[in-house]
Design a protein around this ligand. Structure first.
Ligand code: NI
Length: 135
């Protein structure tokens, strides 16, 4: 069991405001506890994905800001590189800026993982949720 470490991170103002609103409604007494829970949730989701192997199927839900320069081209290029595991992509124009893409995938876990990592690390991408079922 390790000790407690203080870290400093930078966040967009809007994101922090929204985070605070959500955790206040949930009854969190302080931000640190909420951040710890959020980090644990992130780790558990990624870890689960990283430890799977064999053929998997599922959906990647990608939320991004299409006004960030070059993001649409980048995301499309990546998806073309993984055409062999992508069955279809559904694009929903959510708001003036936000787009939601549901990318249906089937293939080796390792490849789905690489696709997921490549997409989620790009600038403009706000959220990537991966729902995978073992088959
Ligand atoms: Ni759109």
């Amino acid at each position: 069991m390790g000790g407690i470490v203080r870290v400093s991170v930078t966040l967009p103002e809007d994101l922090l405001k929204e985070f605070d609103e959500v955790i206040n409604r949930m009854g969190y007494g302080n931000r640190s506890k909420a951040v710890q829970d959020a980090v644990r949730l992130f780790i558990s989701e990624r870890k689960w994905l990283q430890e799977e192997s064999g053929i998997q199927a599922g959906v990647l839900m990608l939320l991004y800001d299409h006004e960030v320069r070059g993001v649409e081209d980048t995301l499309t290029d990546i998806q073309h590189n993984y055409a062999d595991i992508i069955s279809s992509t559904m694009h929903i124009h959510l708001t003036e800026r936000d787009c939601l893409e549901a990318i249906a995938v089937k293939g080796e876990a390792e490849k789905i993982r690489r696709l997921s990592d490549e997409l989620s690390s790009k600038r403009g991408v706000k959220l990537l949720k991966t729902v995978i079922v073992s088959i």
